[in-house]
Design a protein around this ligand. Structure first.
Ligand code: F0G
Length: 460
């Protein structure tokens, strides 16, 4: 399908001096010249972009048009790579940003300054649907019939739901064996995706799926696909929309394969370039301490974007030492259990654009942050708890001031990984984990009215 957008949208290598460029109607997951990551770029002076972000509000009362209903495509002028008739949407992005006083108190903010962006409300229960609508649209533009991804669980659930609801694609998902939360695995199976559990972890699965896609000419939907990240920019558009188009001071997001952070940096850099915002928020990317490649490289070794002239030898040495020592990522937050984040270089660029910082937090801090979100009504999966734990850490360090406005991204729904939640709250009271500070322990009673009443009196 030749698109109108092919006149002003194209794919370009991000490596300085490479100059690799590809048409928007082609599928690429790396630069054919240098192997670098690709961006989707636009000749913005030829795109009919609104003069003010407020103009997008006109679409709020047009919910019968699926493109205006979508929380991604109602901002279509900011990701103008697809003709409207090619768009594949399942109503993604109906998510909310909500002030949370209880989580704000926990983090150490002044009242009214802590917001949660609840991406668990997406059709497949995670933020991935923002990117998958763009990838599925592009797959349609290039005429793909089969799509694949490797996943820690949410990407596969998202790809599977897009395939099953639209019937446009056959789908193969690769997951590491035993590394995936059951809620996510159940989705891939239920939505009918061909599910391949390979021996190994996410990094192994991703390496293999890249080979498989190239050999069998299958459309790859991981975040090395630059179209995915175009869709994920919309999470930031909705944050701005909810804050009446005023940028917050901080965006705090868990870091795994680093697609989200990369997309957020691109979104803000474009909005600034277009004169649609006057200030770019600071970005905090939070690693689990058992899966902390970005933290080590950025904070410990000082690796920076440096206008694209990165210290590649430092990164290569880091990875060879990781392999030589047999270090493998290990965290209860399986969504972000990743050794070699594929978007590392783009994320370093985003950190540069957003004057960003990286922190690592322990699994215990992640689970406590998650419990705080849940107690405030925002059930999220462990990885999402990292953003709350990270915000708290940065407050304690004084990097975030209590008077600043902070948005924590809750990336996935609480029902994705109920095992971790139940283990934290300790269903089997005898085995209660004492380190779970906010555990809501169930009480065991005989099936006897008097005993139940007497147990409840203690709470009444
Ligand atoms: N939070 C959740 C719930 C995730 O599923 C992921 C990534 C992340 C955070 C990290 O986001 O990769 O953009 O830095 N999940 C991928 C998957 C890897 O396969 O579902 P990122």
């Amino acid at each position: 399908m030749k698109s109108d957008s092919s006149r002003f949208a194209f794919q370009a290598c991000i490596t300085p001096g490479c100059g690799g460029q590809y048409a928007i109607d082609e599928a690429h997951v790396a630069c054919a010249k240098c192997g670098g990551l690709l961006d989707v770029n636009y000749e913005w002076d030829r795109v009919p972009v609104p003069k003010s972000l407020r103009e997008f509000e006109a679409r709020w009362n047009n919910r019968r048009n699926p493109l205006d209903f979508s929380g991604v495509w109602r901002f279509r002028e900011l990701l103008p790579f697809a003709p409207p008739e090619a768009v594949v949407t399942i109503g993604e992005g109906q998510t909310i940003l909500q002030r949370s006083e209880s989580v704000g108190r926990y983090v150490g903010m002044r009242p009214g300054n802590l917001f949660l962006q609840y991406e668990g409300l997406n059709p497949s229960g995670s933020f991935k649907d923002n990117g998958m609508t763009a990838a599925a649209t592009h797959a349609r533009m290039v005429g793909a019939k089969t799509a694949a991804c490797a996943s820690t669980g949410n990407t596969s659930a998202s790809l599977a739901i897009f395939a099953s609801t639209t019937g446009l694609l056959r789908v193969v998902v690769f997951v590491g064996s035993g590394k995936i939360a059951y809620g996510k695995l159940s989705q891939a199976l239920d939505y009918g995706a061909l599910t391949v559990q390979i021996q190994g972890d996410f990094d192994d699965a991703l390496a293999r799926v890249r080979e498989v896609c190239s050999r069998l000419n299958i459309y790859l939907c991981n975040s090395v696909n630059p179209l995915r990240l175009e869709g994920q920019k919309a999470i930031m558009y909705r944050v701005l929309e909810s804050l009446e188009w005023q940028p917050p001071d901080w965006i705090v997001v868990p870091g795994g394969n680093l697609g989200n952070s990369s997309a957020f940096g691109k979104a803000f850099s474009e909005l600034k370039h277009l004169g649609l915002i006057d200030r770019i928020p600071r970005l905090a990317v939070i690693n689990a301490d058992g899966s902390n490649t970005l933290y080590r490289l950025h904070e410990k070794q000082g690796v920076r974007w440096n206008d694209g002239h990165l210290d590649h030898p430092a990164i290569d040495t880091f990875y060879s030492e990781m392999d030589a020592e047999g270090r493998r990522a290990a965290t209860l937050a399986t969504a972000i259990q990743i050794n070699r984040p594929v978007n590392l270089v783009k994320c370093l660029r985003a950190l540069d654009i957003c004057d960003g910082v990286v922190r690592e937090v322990s699994d215990q801090e992640i689970l406590d942050g998650k419990a705080q979100a849940g107690a405030g009504g925002f059930g999220c999966e462990p990885a999402s708890g990292a953003s709350i734990a990270g915000a708290k850490r940065l407050r304690e360090e004084g990097v975030i001031a209590p008077s600043e406005r902070v948005v924590c991204i809750l990336t996935g729904h609480g029902l994705k990984d109920p095992n971790v939640t139940v283990a934290y709250h300790a269903a089997e009271s005898g085995k209660a984990d004492k380190s779970a500070r906010f555990a809501n322990r169930p009480i065991a009673v005989e099936n006897d009215l008097e005993q139940i009443v007497s147990a409840l009196r203690k709470f009444a």
